[in-house]
Design a protein around this ligand. Structure first.
Ligand SMILES: [Zn+2]
Length: 85
């Protein structure tokens, strides 16, 4: 396992109407798996520069960034772009 810095948009609400979100890049401080009745859940502890911190399932923390991650930013895996020397 290599540790790499990862950020999520901070999901904290800034107003009582729950309309405005913080959105600052929250650093993922640690990731862990929690077992649930519907299978293992990937969880994380995150903290944003404004001091908001959350601890819970990544799918609830990441909001739309989960969808974004599905499009780009893939992990570097075996691709056919590089030719072996
Ligand atoms: Zn925040």
């Amino acid at each position: 396992m290599e540790s790499q810095l990862m950020f999520l948009d901070c999901p904290a609400y800034l107003d009582k109407q729950n309309l405005v979100r913080c959105g600052l890049p929250a650093e993922v401080r640690c990731r862990f798996i929690v077992r649930s009745t519907s299978g293992p859940l990937e969880c994380a502890m995150i903290r944003c520069p404004a001091g908001h911190s959350f601890n819970g399932p990544i799918e609830f923390l990441s909001l739309e960034s989960a969808a974004r991650a599905a499009h780009g930013h893939g992990a570097t895996g075996p691709t056919s772009q590089r030719t072996p020397a």
